[in-house]
Design a protein around this ligand. Sequence first.
Ligand code: PMP
Length: 291
Amino acid sequence: MKIYINGTFYERDDAKISVFDHGVLYGDGVFEGIRIYNGRIFKLQEHLERLRESAHYIMLPLHMSLDELTRATIDTVRANGLRDGYIRMILTRGVGNLGLNPFTCQQPQLIIIAATIALYPPELYESGMKIITVPTQRVAGSMLSPRVKSLNYLNNILAKLEALKAGFEEAVMINHLGFVAECSGDNIFVVKRGVLQTPPTNMGALEGVTRGVVMELARAQGLRVEEALLTRHDLFCADECFLTGTAAELIAVTGVDHRQIGDGTPGPITRQLTAAFRELTQRSGTPVYEE
Ligand code: PMP
């Protein structure tokens, strides 16, 4: 495996960063997760733009243009010979002093890992999965923008831990107002009377790239799509429910908090959108190899 760190490729065992990197000391940095399908990088520009916005929000200078980032990403995938896989791009504040002050950090560090990922057990993609709401609330958007994909994932990790300890793969996170925000690592959608609904980002949801793709695909299929305030009641009484994420892709939810959703199997709109999503992933994206 070849890992990119600030313009140089290292073997897996040699790919190391300093313990004084503020990414390690304080979670001071941002990241992206990106998929490679069929020799192409899916929605690369959208991910890079979100990385740029996240970096801008935390006042972390992005020392490369989007074209240079695109090049570095393609080179990393190519160096690893991957046609299908998962890219993790991490931008940290860099090496600094012990102490919060980010101005002691001289140079941001860009790390790109190209590997593979399997988020949920494959059988759940057929049967759908049951999820649970957890006590840890989503950090309010007024405290830290949920649109920033930062290295501070403790809020989500606590939710994930609580779900796993309870025997569930994924957690629904409720915000401080009592509305559904998202899951620990995925966005959430419901279908009710033929309308597709998902919480707005200001309720505590990351502006997921997959979320955006699915909303577009749904509109193209003639579905009404709404950003809506959702409560647990709306989840329990939905006709269909599913999660989206780069790593998760689309996965049906057949139960929430021990209540069955719909008839307890992945619903027709979920299946239709999953098929459209898979089809899109196979034929679009930034080519890694000469075509
Ligand atoms: N919400 C959270 C908290 C996430 O970490 C992610 C990405 N894993 C998502 C939603 C989905 O976003 P995307 O579709 O851009 O991967």
